[in-house]
Design a protein around this ligand. Sequence first.
Ligand code: FAD
Length: 286
Amino acid sequence: MELSEIYQQNNYGGVKDFTPKISFEIFPPKNGNISDLFEELRILKKYNPALVSLTFGASGGLNRFSFEDIKSIRDLELNLMPHFTCVSMIKSEIENYIRSIENLGIENILALRGDIPEYLNTDDLDFIHASDLVDFIHTKSTLSIAVAGYPETHIESTNQKEDLKYLKQKVDYGASAIYTQMFFDNDKYYKYCEKVSEMGISIPIIPGIMPVRSLAQVDKMIGMARITFPEKFRQRLEKFPNDTKQIGIEFCIEQCQNLIDFGVKGLHIFTLNHSDQTSEILENIL
Ligand code: FAD
């Protein structure tokens, strides 16, 4: 099912259904053992996800799902949205990739630039920005395209206005949904939605939700991006180091409940390949 279809409001016999559509993000297991991931996915399938997105390591290798893996995950009867990063890829490789996933019957893709490795000379790249990739995919395929958005502004941007100008470009080139970077302060997301709307962008902005497992994980994530981490939340995690998973669940339930009350069309959960926290969160909010 395509993005626009997923996020359109359902209307059953005149009764509107405002339940947000749930999607999950997974990544290729670092040890290459895909069967554990299948187990987690079988558990998560119970929550009827509208989409499962598959990350794509810009550096390649074990950080990418093979086509065989994608096919096996699709065979679990899950609607897939592979991510794709264009940095360090040439046009013909990109076209081959698009064809291959279309041949698997996949309808959606998350089009990204990826982080530019230091050794790369950007003058040599076929695509420098995600907008170039969106334009290319839109021209060459019928895939429904999602893009990334940054409620607290992408780390390379000097200001939000500039970042939003380029987000608008991705939408003008054919994006149908925006999936955000994780955030822990919902006000940042609400303000972002307001600013995005002022740009004349009306496609769904699906919040990215990260259930915290440990403080070390938090520090790693926020060290790489512009993300505000609430002091009170940090203090709790520091005070109860043996209960961080449970504290993460409780925070997430409250965060998601608040987003649902706001009226989000979806919740995109970065599962980190674990079903335990995600299941408990969903049991409490759906
Ligand atoms: P862009 O949209 O190109 O933006 C990158 C920066 O360039 C921004 O500062 C933007 O304002 C600026 N910019 C854009 N266009 C122009 C222009 N024309 N001129 C000047 N400046 C411009 N990374 C992975 O490697 N694999 C993944 O699977 C992955 N999944 C992700 C999923 C989500 C939901 C999110 C939010 C991010 C994900 N990322 C992933 C991270 C992403 O690749 C990085 O954040 C990357 O640095 C930027 O990618 P982008 O698609 O947002 O790039």
